[in-house]
Design a protein around this ligand. Sequence first.
Ligand code: SF4
Length: 185
Amino acid sequence: MNIDKHNNLTEHICLALAHAGNVGIINAESVKAELAKTPGKFNITRLLTLISPAAEPFIEQMATQARDLTIQRFGRTVQLYAPLYVSNFCSNSCLYCGYNKTHDYPRTRLSIEQALADADVIASEGFRHILLVSGEDPKHITVDYLCDLARKLRDKFSSISVEIYPMTTPRKNKHPGTVDEGLHY
Ligand code: SF4
């Protein structure tokens, strides 16, 4: 999105909410007031203030706050992980994505055995964090498949994450086994 469109959009959102009485007038003083608060706590007023056109001259200050907060929370560490693509079938057609269902090329789903073999290669390269990736392919890359795979991978990796299709979170008890199997959403 170019800056002018971005500014117009945020300006419209701010004006709409200001008219609705949810946010006061946003100007340089309100941006300074937000930036003077302890960073790390967010609400809609803070968000709208800091993305408003009035905040543009304060971008460097915001970047400094963001960097300080990142260092405070995560330190100066970098975590390396390797993705393991278990399926490149997908029922969606997002324009930017190679898995887009309209692209015509041979596709693959890994069996558990194939996935384990690939994971062994990843582990042998020294990776201790693995990300299981799939297109939107829930009929084949099922929760049972992921739990079974995670159970078999957990001795090899410190963390197993998944990047798949939208699903109900374990906290809603739809997929109670996934966290027990070591999967992180
Ligand atoms: S893999 Fe994800 S981003 Fe790619 S087409 Fe499917 S849903 Fe869209």
